[in-house]
Design a protein around this ligand. Structure first.
Ligand code: ADP
Ligand code: GLC
Length: 480
């Protein structure tokens, strides 16, 4: 099959979250299954600089307010994955991240910047941009690519089918109606059964209405988003389309995320975990924490936001400290949470340490050095860090929601005895419940044999892409 993924991020060139990891890994897994898979990306600075030898494929502009627009093609250096890049300097050549400027505010022309992404995907499918390569499937990711299925539908005779994946329904790509004209889409789509969304219009909704199949990144989240609590106003539509909606769990690229990776100082395995102890000592040293093997070292690698439950954790720090734990935080996000974590680090030197910022290498060292990873998210479509933590032998402590509940087996007397436990799962996203679980984790930590057994079982879990890639393949086949 010829598969075109359409996305705004790809690891390692442009990454704000898990989407980038998925867009880097899934196409590669599909290529290994024999498919001709390519990725269409906006020409952000990181992409333009990071893909070697980009060659022109088509001249496009002027379009979406940009005079000079070209489609380029190249291959990623490490994976060899073929990518199309939309070179539109006026829209993409900027400081900041894909969605917000250095002032952390949305770019005011985001509707044009991401309409172009969907539009280019459709015109690739129409055969106008690269006539030698027509995709059977256009697979659009998150609201950024949400208009791709709509533009595709404007050509009813087209055989290409559109799949849309929700990575996070909370970000719906909502814009004022005045901006709609600039998408070039027909006015009659701007209705409640179409793209209109409570007096605005939504790229996410467009993807949900006009794609042939909808997926999201875990089975649990596919059920949750059909309820008002997690549906962000789109649950009714998702219930209507429930026969076309499925949850396919994300995979992990274990060539990147392995406790033998070159980013960590001491390699180890489930069978021989002794290197992990050394990684912990090095992490304690690096962060100025007390060098104490007996103190359970908890970690956070996360966006510091309400979704991720960072306020819940901040309110549970006393439980962690009272029960002898240490904490390392790597993250960036809401200014208030950054400040509160930094204050906590100053108040408890040697016990709490914080690194504000995005640091890929450090995230690996933390996974390797930590005893446990805290993921108290209020909702979590899939979550990748708990999967990485499992492989590095850091026991995940997660809220029972979305992909977290699909991937971590709570340590209870029963699951411990039967050898199924892989971490800790708590039921309510509040600091008392989290704090209680953290205390229990600390107690269990001192039962060395039991902790090692859970850790070993977690490290042996297999969340590689094989199964997930096969599920996507079956879904595509059902459309062709
Ligand atoms: P989300 O996409 O909602 O942020 P995921 O768990 O799916 O959550 O993915 C988060 C990704 O971003 C993981 O690869 C994680 O390691 C990474 N990450 C998050 N914060 C940081 C950070 N401050 N530094 C480095 N990597 C980070
Ligand atoms: C989103 C979700 C996260 C998921 C990631 C990749 O950012 O918040 O749960 O793991 O996408 O699908």
């Amino acid at each position: 099959m010829r598969i075109l993924h359409v996305a705004a991020e790809i690891f390692p060139l442009v990454k704000t979250g898990g989407l980038a990891d998925i867009v880097a890994a899934l196409p590669g897994a599909q290529a290994r299954h024999g498919h001709d898979t390519r990725v269409l990306l906006p020409g952000f600075r990181g992409i333009m600089a990071g893909v070697p030898e980009l060659v022109p494929v088509a001249q496009i502009g002027p379009v979406f307010g940009a005079a000079a627009v070209r489609l380029l093609a190249g291959r990623l250096s490490e994976s060899g994955l073929m990518v199309y890049v939309i070179d539109a300097p006026f829209l993409y050549d900027r400081d900041g991240n894909p969605y917000v400027g250095p002032d952390r505010r949305d770019w005011s022309d985001n509707h044009r910047r991401f309409a172009l992404l969907g539009w280019a995907a459709a015109h690739l499918a129409f055969g106008e941009l690269d006539p030698d390569w027509l995709p059977d499937i256009v697979h659009a990711h998150d609201w950024h690519a949400g208009l791709a299925p709509v533009y595709i539908r404007q050509n009813p005779s087209l055989k290409t089918r559109a799949v849309f994946t929700i990575h996070n329904l909370a970000f719906r790509g909502i814009f004022p109606l005045e901006c709609y004209g600039e998408t070039g889409l027909p006015a009659e789509l701007l209705t409640p059964s179409g793209i209109e969304f409570y007096g605005s219009f939504s790229f996410m909704k467009a993807g949900l209405v006009y794609s042939d199949k909808i997926t999201t990144v875990s089975p649990a989240y596919s059920r949750e988003i059909q309820t008002p609590e997690f549906g962000w106003g789109l649950d009714g539509l998702l219930r209507e389309r429930s026969s076309d909606l499925s949850g396919i769990l994300n995979g992990v690229d274990y060539s990147v995320w392995t406790p033998q990776d070159p980013k960590i100082a001491h390699a180890y395995t489930a069978q021989n975990p002794s290197g992990k102890k050394l990684c912990k000592r090095m992490l304690q040293k690096e962060f100025g924490l007390l060098r104490d093997d007996e103190s359970p070292l908890f970690a956070v690698v996360s966006r510091l936001t309400e979704q991720k439950g960072m306020d819940i954790l901040l309110d549970a720090l006393s439980d962690l400290l009272d029960s002898g734990g240490q904490l390392v935080v790597l993250g960036t996000g809401k200014a208030e949470f950054e400040t509160r974590f930094s204050q906590a680090a100053r108040a408890y030197p040697g016990r709490i340490a914080v690194h504000i910022g995005h640091n890929e290498d450090l995230s690996h060292r933390i996974m390797a050095g930590a005893d446990a990873l805290l993921v108290p998210s209020r909702f979590e479509p899939c979550g990748l860090t708990q999967l990485y933590a499992l492989r590095y032998g850091a026991l995940p402590i997660v809220h029972r929601t979305g992909g977290l509940s699909d991937t971590v087996v709570d340590a209870t007397p029963d699951t411990i005895a039967s050898g199924r436990a892989t971490g800790f799962v708590f039921d309510r996203p509040d600091s008392r419940t989290l704090g209680a679980r953290v205390r229990e984790a600390c107690t269990l930590y001192h039962n060395k044999e039991c902790w090692r057994k859970i850790r070993r079982h977690g490290m042996l879990q297999d969340f590689s892409w094989n199964d997930s890639a096969a599920h996507y393949e079956a879904l595509y086949r059902s459309l062709l």
